[in-house]
Each structure stands twice: as structure tokens, then as C-alpha cells.
Write a protein that binds this ligand. Structure first.
Ligand SMILES: Nc1nc2c(ncn2[C@@H]2O[C@H](COP(=O)(O)OP(=O)(O)OP(=O)(O)O)[C@@H](O)[C@H]2O)c(=O)[nH]1
Ligand SMILES: [Mg+2]
Length: 685
């Protein structure tokens, strides 16, 4: 998101310059970056960088150009040099044949160390020295053609083609990138991804891997662990890296502390000292984002800069001070945006809604059997009987109730957002346990009594509860034990399974109790919920600086505990772990409508062909699918599922109702009598 905030897209490309010693690599770069040339420049030792910006199609493209020594003995860790490069200039000297003959070897090295497609250009430098030319233009062209490279002859001395050669490579990379549709999200994501895994070794012993955060400037780390290099760590002197360093840093990772000066200043100092990366120890456990202010866009930081927490930093510092050898391996694995956990989540949600809808239909015959002495006398007035029976255990939601519900849910959400303390979460968790327990109890007893009629008939008299069936008691005890177990283990990695089971039981139960009377109330409720969801996910950042819904769903920052108000499945293929989640509301709200429709279909003897239920189930599944599609398209940004679910369920109902001319009936369902009564007095008035 960060690059979107500035309203301008940014790209960062790494380009490497390679070729034998003294072919003029450093001079080509200094000519391009600073328009400088040095007639007696020294051979490069180690690695140097320059960042140059240019604009392509209104987008800012930054090229980070790396220059290293042509001489083998001065070259820095080769794989680190090539890592992440998307462009390369292979330079030879037209006055020295041997440098041209080495080109093949340089290309091989490039091939071995780079993973992505690299835009490559063959550069014949020193074309100002025509009189002592040893390699003809045609030879250069032929080689470039054979290897599939661009070709150009340059002179760093008189500037011929220097700019062109770099810009052609940058443009080619840009075209490659945009052609591959990497342009917007994926590629930007790669640049802004800021979580890093830090593996560490103390005296060769592998310690616990911890997480670091990279700055929004500096180079990216490889996403692949195999491509990362293990480097020794050196404590900087001074420890804050604010003034020039006296410690020897080349080829190692600098470890510094936060404070005293800007991150960017530290970065530049460390880079000037030759560090391969700078690791800053934060002054607290949390990791803050390190940004550079707008003014610093000219910044030439080309090493990765990252921050680690106090505790991990201090542990490393201590080991170094004890003269132990500390090594770090830094890499930034990427999360897949979609995980197959999504499929299970989809199945779970659709399954819950389906089961909740058909539940009473498939369990009621047996219920009737139990209560037949009560029902049979009234069987003649069928409608009354079912309605009377229903009223005992169900709650019809009224239009007013729907509005009040959404308002109180919003209030609750804001309260949660501001006061999400551990005890608040604890209370909600207990409520969740009770709800889940009750749901589970109801489901199990219903299922058992349906299988065996007599099971539920043995009763005992209890002091407070009165006449209770033994079955019910046993099941209750079981559910209680399960709830307690889950409560105690709720912070474990497998607690999600229990949470899902309880959540599903609770929702099926809620959907049996709460009922929508007709489409009028459904429309009010779902529309309110629709705006509620969109507001709290998308619009709340405008007021609260972050999405209230997403913040609440993520849970408390301090304890890492979240409120069990969603179904979740771990993202197994994600190196960062985490969960795919769906809120209870995304199941309950559409669920209420679908349950109503199922009842409507049954009460009006509608089958598969003329009913609404199959359509709505399809609509719900489609809506969820679209939600995940939205998640994917928006690069993992939390989605208000109801944005998709409401049109896909309520929308379908209304459209079908209109087409079938049944919308009126659906709209006023169950209120036909009162509305007729309403009509009667009006002529009098
Ligand atoms: N005439 C002429 N001389 C050049 C040109 N480019 C570089 N030189 C000279 O060639 C010599 C080597 O240049 P560098 O840029 O240091 O070469 P390099 O490829 O960076 O060498 P290493 O760092 O050792 O790999 C210097 O003396 C430069 O002045 C050019 O275009 N024309
Ligand atoms: Mg050089």
C-alpha cells in the first residue's frame, strides 16, 4: 500500500555491470550517474552502487546500478552481487582482444547466478580509441546476435552512447516487467514487502530464526532462502552508526542501534563503511517501519537495511561481545496471496449455510414424533400448529430489530477497536465458549434423538433445571469438557479447529433461532449489514487511520490473541503462517436470508426447478468466490465479504422474484393478513 499512498508508482531495478578489469566499467557508471570521467581511475575493490531515476510512461523508475571489480581478487561475494539483478551490461574494451574473449565467461557467470530473465547488453567501450581498435564493430555485433544481446559501442571518455546503453537496458527491463503483468501489484509488492526472516548462528550453532522489518529504502533481500548468503556480523563503532565508522565492515553485516540520527544517515554511513547490510536494534520489542522522508529521494542506499527487536538484538550483541562468531542469513520469503486453505474455508462456509437451512427440515419429523401428543389435535389447522410451535423457540427479526442490531454491532466494533484489552477478549472468548457449547449440545442431542427415539426419553429431576433428559445432560457434560479443553488450548497452533467447530455449531444454532420473516426485513438487514461491512472495512481508515474491522479481526497487538468471531484455517503454504479467515457475519447474514428462502420454498411446495433455495446456495458460493477473487486482485487487502455476498444472494432473490412475479409475496410474506387489515380502515379515513 505504501507506494500507492504517494499516488505514484515506483519501480526499482537492479542492474549489474560486468567485464574484465580496466575495460572502463566504473567510468561508464560515473559518466552516466554523475557525468564524470577519470583518466587514471583506480581498479575497483569490492562493490559500488549508484541509483539513477528516470521516468517511463509517467512512472518513476529507479535503476540501481552495481559495479564490481573486474579483477578476481577484488571481487565481493559473487552471488550476492548478481542477486536480484534484472539487467546487466557486459563490457569489453575494443582495444584489447582478451577482454572481448572473456565475454562468454561473464555471460556464463551471469547465467549461473541470476534467476529471473535479465535484460543484457554487450558494450564495447573506449570507441574513442579507433586508431588502436582490436575488435571490429562487426565482431561485436555478431557475438551479441549469437547470444541474443543488445549491442552498442561506447566511450566513457567522450560520452558516446553511455546514456543510451543504460537507458536501453532499463527500458527493456521495464517492458519485460509490464509485459509480464508484473507491473502493478506483484512487482510493487516485491519492493514493499518488508518482513524478513533472520536466521542466526552463534559459533556455528543455529539459533532461533526471528523476524525483522526492512526499511522502505535500500535493496531488497532475496525471497528464496537458498539464494541468501550467510555473512558474519560486526558491531559498529560507534554503536549508533551516526558518524564515520572505525570498525572494519566489508563483507559483513553491520549491527547498530536505533537512535541519535536518521535511519537514512545510518544507512549511508554503514554503506560507506562497506557493510553488506545494516541491522538496527530497535529500542522496543515491536518493529517500526523505517521510512525516508520525501526529501531523501536522492538517497543512494543500496544495501538492505533492517530492524530487529530489542530482545533478539541484545542476544546477538551479547554473543558478539563475548567474542563469539555470529553469522546471519537474511531473506524475505513472500506469502502466496491465495492459499488452498481458502478452498476449505469456502466449503466450510457454504456447508454451514446449507446445513443450517435444511437442518430443521430434516430434523423436525422426529421432533414432531416426540411432541405428537401436543401437535396431533391441531393437525387440522396445520398452519397455526407450525407457527405456534415455531414461535416457542424462534425469534422473528423485525425491521426495527435489524437496524438496531447493526447499530449496536457498530458500536461494539468501535468499543473493541479502542478497548481491546486482554480481559475484554477473555470475556468474549467465554461467551463464545458458551455459545459454541450450546450450539453443539443442540446439534448433538437433535442428531441422537433423531437416530434413536427412546434415547431422549429417560428423564431426571434436577434442583434448578427441573425435568431434564439424561441424554441432554450427558451431551451437555461432553460439550462442557470440549469447551474447557478448547479454552485452555486456545492459544495453540491447532486451536483453530476447535474454534471452527464451535463457531459452526453456534451459527447453525443461531440460524435455527433467529429468523427473517420476509424479504422486506431481509432487505433492511442485509443492506444495513452491507454498508456496515463496507464502512468498517474500507471507509473507516479515513476516520480511524486504519480499517477498524481488519484491526479488530487481527486481534490484540499485545497478546496476539484475537476474538473468536471468525472461522479460520491456517495458511499452510505460507512461510509467514497466518490464517485465512471469514467473519461469522459473512455467514450469518446471508444465512438468515437463505434459511428464510428454504422455509419459503418448503411452505409453498417449491421444488428444485421453481424454488429459490438452489439459486441462493449458488449465489452464496459465487459471492464467496468473488470475495477471494477480490482479495487476490487487491493483493491480499482484507475484503468486506458482504460487498459480494449481499448482491449475490439478496440480488438474486429480488431478480428471481421479479421474473417470477412473486416478489410481492416474498416481500410481505407472513404479514398478508395485517396488511389487508391496514387496507380496510383507510377508505374510511
Ligand atoms: N580512452 C578511454 N579510456 C577509458 C574509457 N573508459 C575508461 N577508460 C580508462 O580505462 C581505465 C580503466 O577504467 P575503469 O573504469 O577503472 O575500469 P574498470 O572496468 O572499472 O576496472 P576494474 O574496476 O578493475 O574492474 C581508466 O584509466 C580509464 O580512464 C573510454 O571510454 N575511453
Ligand atoms: Mg572499476
Amino acid at each position: 500500500m505504501s507506494s500507492d499512498d504517494e499516488g505514484r508508482e515506483e519501480y526499482l531495478f537492479k542492474i549489474v555491470v560486468i567485464g574484465d578489469s580496466a575495460v572502463g566499467k566504473s567510468n561508464l557508471l560515473s559518466r552516466y550517474a554523475r557525468n564524470e570521467f577519470s583518466a587514471n581511475s583506480k581498479a575497483t575493490i569490492g562493490v559500488e552502487f549508484q541509483t539513477q531515476s528516470m521516468e517511463i510512461e509517467g512512472k518513476e523508475v529507479k535503476a540501481q546500478i552495481w559495479d564490481t571489480a573486474g579483477q578476481e581478487r577484488f571481487r565481493a561475494v559473487t552471488s550476492a552481487y548478481y542477486r536480484g539483478a534484472v539487467g546487466a551490461l557486459v563490457v569489453y574494451d575494443i582495444t584489447r582482444r582478451t577482454t572481448f574473449e572473456s565475454v562468454g565467461r561473464w555471460l556464463d557467470e551471469l547465467k549461473i547466478h541470476s534467476d529471473t530473465t535479465v535484460a543484457r547488453m554487450l558494450v564495447g567501450n573506449k570507441c574513442d580509441l579507433e586508431n588502436i581498435r582490436a575488435v571490429s564493430v562487426d565482431e561485436g555485433k555478431a557475438l551479441a546476435e549469437a547470444e541474443g544481446l543488445f549491442f552498442v559501442e561506447t566511450s566513457a571518455l567522450d560520452s558516446t552512447n553511455v546514456k543510451t546503453s543504460f537507458e536501453m537496458v532499463i527500458l527493456d527491463i521495464y517492458n519485460n516487467v509490464s509485459r509480464k503483468q508484473l507491473n502493478s501489484d506483484t512487482y510493487k509488492d516485491e519492493l514493499t514487502v518488508n518482513r524478513v526472516k533472520v536466521e542466526n548462528w552463534v559459533n556455528g550453532e543455529n539459533g532461533e530464526t526471528f523476524t525483522a522489518m526492512t526499511a522502505q529504502f535500500g535493496t531488497m533481500l532475496p525471497s528464496d532462502k537458498d539464494k541468501a548468503v550467510k555473512l558474519p556480523v560486526v558491531l559498529t563503532t560507534p554503536l549508533d552508526s551516526c558518524s564515520n565508522l572505525t570498525s572494519k565492515l566489508s563483507g559483513s553485516i553491520a549491527l547498530s542501534v536505533r537512535g541519535e540520527c536518521a535511519f537514512t544517515a545510518k544507512a549511508e554511513v554503514a554503506q560507506a563503511g562497506g557493510a553488506a547490510a545494516l541491522v538496527l536494534i530497535n529500542d522496543k520489542e515491536e518493529l517500526d517501519e523505517m521510512v525516508c522522508s520525501e526529501k531523501d529521494t536522492s538517497l543512494n542506499v543500496s544495501i538492505p537495511i533492517l530492524m530487529i527487536s530489542t530482545s533478539s538484538g541484545d542476544a546477538l550483541k551479547k554473543s558478539i561481545m563475548q567474542n563469539k562468531k555470529v553469522e546471519l542469513l537474511l531473506y524475505a520469503p513472500k506469502s502466496p496471496i491465495l492459499d488452498y486453505a481458502v478452498v476449505f474455508l469456502w466449503l466450510m462456509s457454504v456447508g454451514t449455510v446449507f446445513v443450517a437451512s435444511v437442518w430443521s427440515h430434516f430434523t423436525s419429523p422426529k421432533k414432531n414424533d416426540e411432541q405428537y401428543d401436543e401437535l396431533s389435535p391441531k393437525k387440522s389447522s396445520n398452519d397455526d400448529a407450525t407457527k405456534g410451535g415455531a414461535e416457542e423457540e424462534t425469534l422473528d427479526i423485525s425491521a426495527m430489530g435489524a437496524v438496531i442490531f447493526v447499530i449496536s454491532a457498530s458500536t461494539f466494533l468501535v468499543l473493541l477497536f479502542f478497548f481491546m484489552s486482554s480481559w475484554f477478549i477473555l470475556i468474549l472468548t467465554i461467551f463464545f465458549c458458551i455459545g459454541g457449547m450450546q450450539g453443539m449440545h443442540n446439534i448433538i442431542t437433535t442428531l441422537i434423538t433423531r437416530r434413536c427415539n427412546k434415547c431422549g426419553q429417560k428423564n431426571v429431576k434436577l434442583p434448578l433445571l427441573g425435568n431434564t433428559s439424561i441424554l441432554s445432560l450427558v451431551v451437555l457434560l461432553f460439550c462442557f469438557v470440549v469447551a474447557i479443553l478448547w479454552f485452555m488450548k486456545r492459544k495453540t497452533s491447532y486451536a483453530w479447529a476447535g474454534q471452527d467447530i464451535f463457531g459452526i455449531c453456534m451459527m447453525i444454532n443461531v440460524l435455527q433461532v433467529a429468523r427473517l420473516p420476509n424479504i422486506r426485513v431481509a432487505t433492511i438487514l442485509l443492506c444495513c449489514a452491507f454498508f456496515y461491512d463496507i464502512f468498517w472495512v474500507f471507509l473507516s481508515p479515513l476516520i480511524f487511520k486504519q480499517s477498524v474491522m481488519i484491526a479488530v479481526a487481527r486481534g490484540s497487538k499485545d497478546t496476539g490473541e484475537s476474538i473468536p468471531m471468525l472461522l479460520r484455517i491456517p495458511r499452510l503454504s505460507d512461510p509467514w503462517g497466518g490464517y485465512n479467515m471469514i467473519g461469522f457475519g459473512d455467514i450469518l447474514f446471508p444465512g438468515l436470508l437463505i434459511c428464510f428462502i428454504f422455509r419459503y420454498d418448503k411452505e409453498n411446495n417449491k421444488g428444485v426447478s421453481n424454488g429459490y433455495f438452489p439459486w441462493l446456495m449458488f449465489g452464496y458460493g459465487l459471492g464467496l468466490f468473488l470475495t477471494y477473487l477480490g482479495l487476490y486482485v487487491m493483493n491480499g487487502h482484507g475484503q468486506p465479504a458482504l460487498l459480494y455476498l449481499v448482491p449475490c444472494t439478496l440480488g438474486i432473490t429480488v431478480i428471481l422474484g421479479l421474473v417470477r412475479r412473486e416478489l410481492r409475496d416474498l416481500w410481505n410474506y407472513g404479514t398478508e393478513q395485517p396488511s389487508a387489515a391496514d387496507v380496510n380502515p383507510s377508505p374510511e379515513a
